[in-house]
Design a protein around this ligand. Structure first.
Ligand code: SIN
Length: 358
């Protein structure tokens, strides 16, 4: 090689090095998060900015929800889909099946890092627990809502949405199951419940505590959810057209057997009895549940008390009566697990195993 060619090559390398130094650094693209909007107060509007009751839920569309929080662009590439536009008292298992399939479709894509679901707060914990049991991905799924409508002074929706998207975009959130992110707290779908009809900090995990908190758009986790969820469950609703019908009967002084008999007459496949204390049954309720079990209906003893597990063979001889106990699941969540269990088996020993595992 001649000296002149050496010189030309050296100049070419120098030019390349200078060009590389002058070019702006190539930043990795932000994670892609899809917001699935279902309605609720987070999408609600009132006649005045001070009205926080008597407003209309589920009126604002997903594009407007996203546009109201331009700060989202700093934490994720966000897209939105309007899956439903309902108040969450109208959410049904049929809606859950549609939602679960869409979540699975999105999370199967390489370009989607996580999903946020905006939802009314009234049944948010039920949708969250259902998804926790059926979604087949370790990627983050975060449910979020608001207690004040979008038109209110100090509406809580925008900050809640920002935190939920930041959580769904974060690597730390992978593999933790479905989460609820409201009021700066991160709760596990299985443990969380709405505890106050109006307060902003209504979502709590009373006995087991939060998973973590959001601080400056980053999650700080303190514990993991121990019960099996998402990819570790045996539930697959891909081809399930309808969930088995399971009802809840609430016990109170003098409740007797009317609600249980009505559920049997309605043709349910399972009954969750929200008993008093440790799932205790009145004489009438016990007789009605024994008859229901003889008809093949699976009976789960739960409790209307918000804390503590129902002890197997404690207040009733579950072995002899062939009943299942709900562990520490609330009646509304025990109903979800029982419905999913019934998609797999009617064997009560197997179903009891599932109530210990999930
Ligand atoms: C609803 O659950 O849809 C209404 C109440 C709320 O979102 O807070």
């Amino acid at each position: 090689m001649t000296t002149r060619r050496h010189h030309t090559l050296a100049l070419a390398f120098l030019a390349l090095a200078l060009a590389a130094a002058a070019a702006p650094p190539q930043l990795a693209p932000l994670p892609q998060v899809t917001i699935l909007a279902t309605g609720g107060t987070i999408a609600g509007t009132a006649a005045t900015s001070t009205a926080t009751v008597g407003y209309t839920a589920a009126t604002v569309g997903v594009a407007a929800l996203i546009a109201a929080v331009p700060e989202l662009a700093a934490v994720a590439r966000v897209s939105g889909e309007q899956v439903f536009q309902i108040a969450s008292e109208n959410m049904t298992p049929a809606h859950w099946l549609i939602l679960a399939r869409r979540v699975d479709e999105l999370l199967a894509r390489d370009d989607v890092a996580g999903v946020v679901i905006t939802h009314g707060t009234d049944t948010l914990e039920e949708t969250a627990y259902f998804l926790d049991l059926v979604v087949k991905s370790a990627k983050p799924v975060v449910l979020v809502g608001a207690m004040r409508p979008s038109t209110a002074i100090s509406a809580d929706g925008p900050m809640n949405l920002y935190n939920a998207v930041a959580l769904a975009a974060s690597r730390e959130a992978v593999g933790r199951g479905v989460m609820v992110c409201m009021n700066d707290r991160i709760d596990a779908a299985r443990d969380v419940t709405k505890t106050n009809t109006v307060a902003l900090d209504t979502f709590r995990s009373p006995e087991l505590g939060i998973l973590g908190v959001m601080e400056g758009g980053r999650p700080a986790f303190y514990r993991t959810a121990e019960r099996a969820h998402t990819t570790a469950t045996e539930f697959d609703v891909t081809n399930v057209k309808e969930l088995p019908n399971v009802g809840v009967a609430l016990a109170y002084a003098g409740s007797g057997r009317v609600a249980i008999d009505a559920l049997v007459a309605a043709g349910v496949k399972g009954i969750v009895n929200a008993g008093v204390g440790d799932g205790s049954l009145s004489v009438e309720a016990k007789a009605a549940l024994v008859e229901a079990r003889k008809r093949g209906i699976v009976v789960v003893r739960a409790s209307r008390i918000p804390g503590g597990a129902v002890a197997r063979n404690g207040e009733a001889n579950d072995d002899a009566l062939d009943f299942v106990v709900a562990d520490n699941l609330s009646p509304q969540k025990a109903r979800i697990l029982l419905a999913l269990a019934l998609t797999r088996t009617a064997d009560t020993r197997e179903i009891q195993r599932m109530f210990r595992r999930y």
